[in-house]
Design a protein around this ligand. Structure first.
Ligand code: CMC
Length: 390
């Protein structure tokens, strides 16, 4: 059949061309549309970065204003869609609730479903960016038994999300600029990462001409896995277990090295970064700033730092080029901001959304796109007869 290579996990095979994000894993370089990640994270807003990823350039003031206005116009959820959150158990994890909610958008918005109609694609883009944080906040509110708030369109994107998540109807929500700025930066750092598992999923589903909502919903499910976006929650679980078990950090690292029960150092290692993860450097900076500014004494941060120190000086991790990745310190910051661990991966999803949209649109506009259909090497019986038949 002309099949030449077996490549588990696409370690050596490019599935597409792309001009959105550049990574040099050996040098620890990440650039959005050519701009270094630290410049972007320190100078642009989340929505400016979203525009950059989706449309290719930093927006002018007028373009940004129009974009923000289009997103604001779509923040409300259909009242019937709000009922949808009651159908899940109180203790439901918010990630499947979110993917189900995004999938359900296909049932409400007939004018957003045709991948070959640029107006549909445009409005689906605004709807997703507007509604995902609202749904995320509602999934949280449902799990703690509080009433949903309506979005307040006088607030910024990130402020609106914080108020919907932490505010209540009885009192005004006091915005803490330290939290707003740090969350904005963390979300920017997550906005795109070229062909990671969830983005590749979005592109693969989209390659069948499935609409943007259906494709992004699939991406959210891919992100849920603990080896991908779920790692930020898994890191905090790991740090908590170390703290509660009374086991020393060094002992825990020994167990990881001995691969006891398949235990891994969560938040360490990356398929592409084999030197350092440039996002992790910026996240660590934020961790120190936020925790000091909030006056939070966090023993989990101390454990994380001790863990990092031991691992970075250990041959097991050096030989395998395992370094802290973006998720190693994010959980500690999110916890200090007041998010429950189950919301951590949801925050990753909100951050990654512009990247998913940008890649879906790039795929959709590329005349060379074909339906994604990997090959296999068949290793089963070639042919045999059913028992009793000869
Ligand atoms: N702890 C201990 N050992 C590890 C780890 C780790 N976190 N990661 C890799 N290894 C070992 C692995 O056991 C293997 O050793 P050996 O050669 O002796 O069998 C070697 O390093 C290579 O590992 P691999 O699984 O072949 O590497 P990969 O490129 O397929 O996996 C990874 C990359 C991120 C899935 C992996 O490093 C991992 O599981 N990390 C922990 C989960 C995590 O933090 N994920 C978040 C990734 S960054 C955010 C995102 O994009 O989602």
């Amino acid at each position: 059949t002309g099949l030449t290579a077996l490549d588990y996990g696409f370690v050596n095979t490019a599935s597409t061309k792309s001009n959105i994000t550049y990574i040099d894993g050996d040098a620890g370089i990440l650039r959005y549309r050519g701009y270094p990640i630290d410049q972007v994270a320190k100078n642009l807003s989340f929505l400016e970065t979203a525009w950059l990823l989706i449309y290719g350039e930093v927006p002018s003031a007028t373009e940004l204003e129009g974009f923000e206005e289009n997103i604001r116009r779509h923040t409300l959820l259909h009242e019937d869609l709000k009922d949808f959150f009651s159908g899940f158990p109180r203790n439901a994890h918010p990630m499947p609730v979110l993917s189900a909610g995004v999938s359900a958008l296909s049932t409400y918005y007939e004018d957003s479903l045709d991948p070959n109609n640029p107006e549909h694609v445009e409005i689906a883009t605004y709807r997703l960016l507007a509604k995902l944080p609202v749904m995320a906040a509602y999934a949280h509110k449902k799990s703690i038994g509080q009433a949903f708030l309506y979005p307040d369109n006088s607030l910024s994107y990130v402020e609106n999300f914080l108020r919907l998540t932490f505010g209540n109807r009885a009192e005004n929500y006091e915005m803490n600029p330290v939290v707003v700025n740090a969350l904005e930066r963390l979300l920017i750092l997550h906005e795109d990462h070229e062909q990671n598992a969830s983005t590749s999923t979005v592109r693969l589903v989209g390659s069948t001409d499935a609409n943007l909502f259906a494709s992004v919903s699939a991406g959210i499910n891919a992100l849920f896995g603990p080896l991908h976006g779920g790692a930020n929650e898994a890191v905090l679980t790991m740090l908590g277990e170390i703290k509660n078990s009374g086991e020393s950090v060094a002992k825990y690292v020994e167990r990881v090295k001995n691969k006891e029960d398949g235990v891994r150092l969560m938040g360490f290692g990356h398929r592409v970064y084999k030197n350092f993860d440039p996002r992790a450097v910026l996240v660590k900076e934020s961790a120190d700033e936020v925790l000091v500014a909030l006056g939070v004494k966090n023993d989990l941060l101390d454990i994380a730092k001790e863990l990092e120190g031991i691992a970075l000086n250990d041959d097991y991790f050096r030989e395998r080029k395992l370094y802290p990745n973006v998720d190693f310190y994010t959980g500690v910051i999110y916890k200090a901001m007041g998010f429950p661990p189950r919301m951590f991966t949801v925050l990753f999803a909100i951050g990654r959304l512009p990247g998913w949209i940008g890649h879906w649109r790039e795929m959709n506009e590329d005349p060379q796109t074909k339906i994604g259909r990997p090959q296999q090497l068949y290793t089963g019986e070639v042919q045999r007869n059913l028992p009793g038949l000869s």
